[in-house]
Design a protein around this ligand. Structure first.
Ligand code: SF4
Length: 223
């Protein structure tokens, strides 16, 4: 799928943000909302000089709530972001570089223990902000895997389903050199989002989909 998608769409070199901390903010803010709404919150934070650890530290919880209002669930997301900053300050010397240098499994466990952080947010932070080689899954990948019947029984929209999808991705890239895994997982996730948006949404639009004629996977045959 990776080979077919990268041939069809080209390298995505993807994350719609500029700095690791902006990626982290985006990973929190995008929960249950569209990226357009996240962009409005990020613009508010930028205008307030709060797109950095230092900037976010300075904000009161009330100010933060107001600035991230456009992306919804702000009463939950504001304290969750403050908890992340507190963890970096208390356990990693206030340094994202120090946070990034922690071992992957330990860091993932630590992130998952924070309020408002599920596996998708933790992996987005690990992979896209901190450069750790962890695969990501989302609803687009779940739909593709279910429709191509790559995992039986079909993975559900829950933690177990999420972990089954990331395990499948990890296994699919296992033969590739480990040094390239972060880049491959990064691209693969971006490519599945691209094909999901173009073809594999709530309804499968298989006509013209690059994955409809991939001889390496069991083709989906709704038509
Ligand atoms: S071929 Fe159909 S089911 Fe498969 S990814 Fe494309 S749209 Fe989805």
């Amino acid at each position: 799928m990776y080979d077919v998608l990268i041939e069809a769409y080209g390298p995505q070199q993807w994350w719609p943000a500029q700095t690791p901390f902006e990626v982290i903010l985006g990973a929190y803010l995008t929960q249950n909302t569209s990226w357009k709404a996240v962009e409005r919150s990020l613009a508010n934070l930028r205008a307030a000089g709060a797109l950095t650890l230092e900037g976010l530290r300075r904000l009161t919880i009330g100010e933060l709530r107001q600035l991230i209002q456009p992306s919804g669930f702000f009463t939950r997301k504001a304290p969750a972001l403050k908890a992340f900053v507190a963890m970096v300050d208390e356990e990693f010397g206030g340094s994202l570089a120090q946070l990034a240098s922690a071992p992957t499994a330990e860091l993932r466990r630590r992130l998952l223990a924070l309020p408002g952080v599920g596996p998708e947010t933790a992996d987005a932070i690990l992979l896209y902000a901190l450069g750790h080689p962890v695969p990501m899954a989302d609803e687009y990948l779940r739909r593709i895997v279910v429709r191509h019947r790559l995992i039986r029984p079909a993975p559900g929209k829950n933690r177990r389903g999420y972990e089954a999808l990331t395990a499948l991705t990890r296994a699919a890239f296992a033969a590739d050199p480990a040094a390239g895994h972060a880049e491959l997982f990064n691209e693969f996730h971006a490519l599945t989002v691209a094909v999901g948006k173009a073809h594999c949404g709530r309804e499968a639009r298989c006509e013209g989909c690059p994955l409809a004629y991939d001889p390496h996977v069991e083709p989906h045959r709704p038509c």
